[in-house]
Ligand binder design. Structure first.
Ligand code: ZN
Length: 483
């Protein structure tokens, strides 16, 4: 089978790929609670003849679908978790939840998984047409990207160790190859327990957990002066002990997030946070319980793979749109409350020449970015974190973005949910399937690419090896799980 024939499989199976995308959009399940979504994928993978393994790394909603044998071994990553409170009806430009307060796919992970699934179908057809030992594909069902860091837990347990190359993609509002690096990040919960008392009658008998949280936060404010520049510390008081000021609060809880460029720096900073928490417990005579929530590593960009993805993207082309699709996107853009002022695409804001090109493309105010952002690779920092970073420390990894959203759409928004089950999103899904499958097939046909990508990857790591942010004894924690 030629590469062209394999890509044709995506056309033949397009109804199935879209069914996957729309079904997961409907299910809209939160991180590590993606039970229906995972069961649906597992069934579809079995129907299509993949060798399926589940659960993985202690997570019921993680799974692998394997096909082929021998090297190279290529991984294609899928996600399928939704975001809380974003329930929204599809195909309209006004805020109208299906069920108020329920989750919705505001980050388009329903599309992400489906696009990866489509790529896997094409690669499977290709590998099955070749002699045994021509290569292996592993489709990774990775839960809890929005919270829980499923991939980092899988990385800790060695699930990606066999891989030569990994590919992923993320739905967005531009067609471009992802480059640059991002922060590593850790989340830890601290719970203080004291003694309740009447705050006026018996204040001397009370031991306030809320005081402990406040003192911990003050301690961390003083720490900020003495940490490296690239570090960030954020917190949220997730339990302030209740609504009664006349009660000494016996329980209180604070969730901390520590970011830094490298995981090691964040872990070092975390040790200092732990000491501050112990100090706060000592000062208030409360007891402290600490729970590790999740952690992710920075991404290691791989220009060899980025170029390969770009060449496929340029060859395959990007979607174009009907007047009706443009009208929906334009109507959604009108609802943005705080429109972004930056140019669409990472590269356009990094490279002046690309910036000019993108400016000329969008000068007519087009609501859907129906062009490919020119090739751009760099190690520049983008703010934010992803658990794809952990995979990129284990093998050369690269990603693309395709358009499934209106231009400059706000992240994690109801507008994204509204467009997520329309033909606009479907086009982006199928485009991603083609580009990822095309790049993977190029690698099976020319395994020298693996050697080049690995040589670059080793150089970028500079002798450093992967330090997993997840401690050996940590367990994945679903959204809303109480300590
Ligand atoms: Zn996302």
């Amino acid at each position: 089978m030629t590469k062209q024939d394999a890509l044709e499989v995506i056309n033949q199976k397009q109804d199935l790929i879209i069914e996957v995308s729309d079904t997961i959009w409907d299910y809209a399940e939160l991180s590590l609670l993606e039970k229906k979504s995972a069961a649906f994928y597992i069934q579809k993978l079995k129907d299509e003849g993949f060798d399926v393994q589940t659960p993985v790394a202690g997570m019921d909603t993680a799974f692998l679908g394997r096909v082929g044998s021998g090297r190279p071994i290529i991984g294609i990553l899928a996600e399928y978790d939704a975001l809380d409170g974003l329930s929204q009806q599809g195909g309209m430009a006004e805020r109208r939840p299906i069920e108020a307060g329920k989750p919705g796919h505001g980050c388009h992970h329903h599309a992400l998984g489906a696009g990866s699934f489509g790529a896997a179908l094409a690669v499977k057809a290709y590998l099955e047409s070749k002699p045994e030992g021509s290569g292996t594909l592993v489709f990774y069902g990775t839960p809890g990207e929005e919270g829980g860091a499923g991939k980092a837990f899988m990385a800790r347990d060695g699930v990606f160790d066999e891989l030569d190359i990994a590919f992923c993609w993320h739905p967005g509002s531009t067609n471009e190859v992802t480059t640059g690096t991002c922060n590593s990040s850790l989340q830890i919960e601290y719970k203080f327990t004291g003694v309740s008392a009447h705050a006026a009658g018996d204040p001397h008998l009370g031991r306030s957990a809320l005081d402990a949280v406040e003192l911990m936060n003050v301690g961390v404010q003083f720490l900020r002066e003495h940490m490296i520049d690239s570090a960030r510390i954020h917190y949220a008081i997730t339990d302030a002990g209740g609504y009664s000021p006349n009660v000494v609060q016996p329980e209180a809880q604070v969730l901390y997030m520590v970011r830094s460029q490298k995981v090691g720096q964040a872990l070092d900073l975390l040790k200092r946070l732990d000491k501050i928490a112990e100090g706060a417990a000592l000062m208030t005579e409360t007891t402290l319980k600490r729970r590790f929530i999740d952690g992710t590593s920075n991404t290691v960009p791989n220009f060899t793979l980025e170029k390969l993805l770009y060449d496929n993207f340029a060859q395959i082309g990007v979607p174009s749109y009907t007047e009706e699709e443009k009208a929906l996107a334009a109507a959604l853009i009108k609802t943005y409350e705080n429109p972004r002022t930056v140019l669409p695409g990472f590269a356009a804001n990094q490279d002046p020449e690309i910036g000019e090109y993108v400016k000329s493309k969008i000068a007519d105010g087009r609501p859907l970015n129906d062009f490919l952002v020119p090739y751009y690779s760099s190690t520049a920092m983008r703010m934010g974190s992803t658990d794809v970073g952990d995979v990129s420390w284990i093998c050369p990894t690269a990603q693309i973005t395709t358009v499934t959203q209106a231009s400059n759409s706000p992240g994690h928004s109801w507008q994204n949910v509204a467009i997520g089950n329309t033909s606009i999103a479907h086009k982006g899904v199928l485009c991603a399937s083609r580009v990822l499958a095309g790049a993977a097939i190029d690698i099976y046909e020319n395994p020298d690419i693996v050697a080049a990508a690995k040589a670059e990857w080793e150089k970028k790591l500079g002798g450093e090896s992967y330090r997993c942010p997840i401690p050996a004894d940590a367990v994945p924690i679903a959204v809303g799980d109480k300590m």
